[in-house]
Design a protein around this ligand. Sequence first.
Ligand code: SAM
Length: 236
Amino acid sequence: MAEKSGHGSILRSEALKKYILETSVYPRQHEQLKELTQASFDKYKIVSLMGVPQDEGQFLSMFLKIMNAKKTMEIGVFTGYSLLITALALPEDGKVIAIDPDKDAYEVGLPFIKKAGVEHKIQFVQSHAFPVLEKLLNEKEELGTFDFIFIDADKENYLKYHEIVLKLVKVGGVIGYDNTLWFGTVALSENDPMPPGLKALRRAVREINTFLANDPRIEMSQLSIGDGLTLCHRLY
Ligand SMILES: C[S@@+](CC[C@H](N)C(=O)[O-])C[C@H]1O[C@@H](n2cnc3c(N)ncnc32)[C@H](O)[C@@H]1O
């Protein structure tokens, strides 16, 4: 079932993707994650590939638990695959602020979030992220309090997000940026053939990658999982 959703990944071999999913992911995947994936595919077909790949989701889940994350934020929810991953990984009194202007997509995943019994951990905000972030920045008690912030939205704004979320995440907390390998196009040169949709944002993704690699305020690691996940650990 879940195979139908495809798998947004830079892995070149379909057989390898299938192997990873069938061996390590599907046997342990929460039933509601499977159902959300299917519902997302039924409604959005190929566009459902926007959801984080299931092996990346599995990694995020374990990572959140290892770091004992309790207060988190997600920018870019879509139908809520990574959101459900997060809500399941948080403790009972954990919270995730989830921001996306697209409430229709969120509502596709919502029945599965409810069925999984984790809706109480989610504060969904139907909005573009910047107004919400500006508001949080003005509330002094919010500064430096988030354990984890996951950014999976408008790539052209990742640099702007970085300056803001670095103030909201706590020292020792982590920011995750998704799609930092941009389907492999970051390693191509400007004139190489590539789909126009990817070409349009390739430069922005390369810029954030270079910026993060040189930012002394963080320790970082660019993981070649999914479409590239860069984890940034706030140092001060
Ligand atoms: C790649 S999808 C997110 C996938 C999601 N993390 C998942 O696992 O299913 C990107 C989402 O970002 C949202 N988005 C785009 N611009 C945004 C903005 N400025 N603020 C918040 N969300 C935004 C889109 O509406 C879209 O749902």
